[in-house]
Design a binder for this molecule. Structure first.
Ligand SMILES: Nc1ncnc2c1ncn2[C@@H]1O[C@H](COP(=O)(O)OP(=O)(O)OP(=O)(O)O)[C@@H](O)[C@H]1O
Ligand SMILES: [Mg+2]
Length: 220
């Protein structure tokens, strides 16, 4: 299964989610490739420090994504593709090849216009591919301010997008993780709330049945 973490808006938490999701699946016994589609390659360097045995592949542009992503998808249980910050063509290519998309979005009204732009890309891909990839918005860097989250949910509903129940909260531990070459589950300042919310989000997005059946196939 190829999961694209895509939003052509920069700095919304794509790499943070991609590295944590790839690690989470790897630690549950799934075979995983992190496909780093960002020329800055921050997520492949980061995950190399967290899980050196987890394979990373760099896909530099839309052509490489279109040509190489399907064969990578056939090799492992999950390809987690970390999208670029500002390249529409790369995001489009990802959505044309992914089996599912997670769209991280900051919980702020200023993000609504950008959300509409990425939504257009999602809808175009779904139009071409008969509904694939299904897409879910993961609210990221959510403050305690409930009202902002509510507004984002309303905006997403207006765009007919599904929003994950579990948001990712704005916490220092996420910002510290890449500098320490670590993930929230391993950090010395281990913050149970962060660890728990990611466990909950990923379990929500990837139902246990999907992971269990993949584990069975791998061990069979
Ligand atoms: N939940 C969070 N709480 C606090 N800081 C966060 C959180 N998620 C991400 N950050 C920080 O916000 C910044 C942007 O996050 P990240 O690099 O994951 O976004 P991105 O969408 O991959 O960015 P780009 O588009 O540049 O690739 C980073 O400094 C990251 O450490
Ligand atoms: Mg990134």
């Amino acid at each position: 299964m190829i999961i694209a973490i895509a939003n052509n808006k920069g700095g919304v938490g794509k790499s943070t989610l991609a590295v944590h999701l790839a690690t989470w699946l790897h630690r549950r016994g799934c075979s995983v490739i992190l496909a780093d589609c960002d020329t800055q390659q921050s997520s492949s360097e980061w995950i190399g420090e967290v899980e050196p045995s987890l394979r990373t592949v760099t896909l530099r542009d839309a052509d490489e994504i279109l040509d190489e992503l399907p064969s990578l998808g056939a090799e492992v249980d999950f390809v987690i593709a970390d999208g670029p910050g500002s390249n529409t063509e790369t995001s489009r290519a990802l959505l044309l090849r992914a089996d599912a998309a997670i769209v991280p979005c900051k919980a702020s009204m200023l993000e609504v216009r950008a959300l509409a732009r990425v939504t257009d890309l999602v809808r175009q891909a779904q139009d071409i591919r008969g509904g694939t990839p299904p897409a879910i918005i993961a609210l990221s860097m959510v403050g305690k301010h409930y009202r902002l989250t509510r507004d984002m949910k309303d905006a997403a509903a207006a765009l007919s997008l599904v929003v994950a129940e579990t948001p990712v909260t704005l916490r220092q531990i996420y910002a510290d993780a890449p500098g320490q070459g670590s993930v929230v589950w391993d950090m010395k300042t281990r913050n149970h709330a962060a660890a728990d919310e990611l466990d909950q989000l990923f379990a929500e997005i990837l139902p246990g049945s999907l992971i269990t059946s993949t584990e069975k196939e791998t061990t069979a």
